[in-house]
Design a protein around this ligand. Sequence first.
Ligand code: FPP
Length: 274
Amino acid sequence: MGRSTKNEIRLARLFPGLTFLHRKKKQSDMQSAISEADLKIPVHLGVIMDGNGRWAQERHLPRSAGHRAGAENLKELCRNCGYYGVRYLTVYAFSTENWSRPDDEVHALMELFVEFFERYDPELEKEGIRVRFSGDIENLPADIQAVCARAEKNSIHRKRMDLIIAMNYGGRREIMQACRAISKEVAEGRLLPENITETTITEHMYIPDVPDPDLIIRPSGEQRLSNFLVWEGAYAEFWVSDILWPDFGFKELTDAFAAFSSRDRRFGGLSKSK
Ligand code: FPP
């Protein structure tokens, strides 16, 4: 049985009456021109999980059903990244701007976060996935903060992959908070302004021990960063796909890695071949 058929059966169980639209052949449906053994796997992958609303709309379902299918797919992504040996996976789950959505959608998303760990933590444990959060966590509702703290504490011993959930995250807010912390050190005489370097700023990011992302994937056809990993993603490769997030599966991930494998990352220098 094909992977997408299995996905569809699983989703049909969750949403009785759901019909599956035939997916048009898109660029990302083409066969990768590279064998699995030759794939270059990013150490740190970032994913903007976009398109849940449109996925639900296409099926005449509420937006919350799209987010639920997106959460299911996050679990699949974790498994697929584990298979490929990705060491760090950062997913954009809730931005500092998402508070402007209708209350019921925000509420449904918060409930989904809680449910995600209740349902999937045993699987994350089995896969050796440590859970971490990046974002303005202190300004989340207290019950959500407690869920985050518990998920981090329960998984701290897991070594295979770090799943970093960007939650109440905004790249600009992260830089602003770093500036505040650095200014405080200067004001207290613990740091001289002339000693502030790029490393100082990196050290004041939410999770400074994690290397910069090598590749950022955005499904659903949009071609922007939307305030995701603004500082850390300065040299990340970017890959977009027309597939909506809940349908973004193993094949699309493989296509992204195939494209990444062929990129010439120069970091502002010259190609090694020149
Ligand atoms: C953007 O799609 C997606 C979000 C704002 C939420 C992403 C959250 C999940 C996938 C839920 C799972 C997360 C965890 C950690 C359990 P959109 O709704 O803006 O899509 P649209 O552009 O089609 O409207």
